[in-house]
Design a protein around this ligand. Structure first.
Ligand SMILES: [Cu+2]
Length: 140
């Protein structure tokens, strides 16, 4: 079983530690009224109306850190731990990494060597539009 998990992929080069996180806020309706305006569409935002106790909440999802810097030609491994944001994230870095899955409580290792300098989005296709990170590939 262990051999089949993503974490079994061998780390190569520099290891960069990343987490999926879920910033969360809320208030009591009587002190801070629930904002009625809808948030932009997509699973990347979640706003919960006041519950029986008058408590309302807002949640979003992020990669932490949101900006990752590597060098052209440098072998790196992202070691991504699923902390929050639901049970699972579906990641992609178009042009660099086709897809990877991050599950809560597990580490997914994403090994790559970027060969072209530039800015690449690191997207979670489940939590759009709020979960884009940026992979910065510096020229050699
Ligand atoms: Cu996500």
């Amino acid at each position: 079983m262990w051999a089949d998990t993503p974490a079994a992929q061998t780390a190569q080069g520099r290891v960069i530690y990343v987490a999926t996180i879920e910033p969360r806020g809320g208030a009591q309706q009587d002190k801070e009224p629930f904002p009625q305006a809808a948030l932009p569409a997509g699973e990347g935002y979640r706003k919960t109306p006041p519950d029986g106790n008058g408590r309302w909440e807002v949640v979003t999802y992020q990669w932490s850190p949101g900006t990752i810097v590597v060098r052209e030609g440098e072998p790196v491994t992202l070691e991504v731990v699923g902390v929050n944001g639901g049970d699972m994230h579906r990641g992609t870095i178009p042009g660099i990494v086709d897809s990877f899955t991050v599950k809560r409580g597990e580490v997914t290792r994403v090994a790559f060597t970027a060969t072209k300098p530039g800015l690449y989005p690191m997207i979670c296709t489940r939590h759009t539009p709020t979960m884009p990170g940026t992979l910065v590939v510096l020229p050699k």
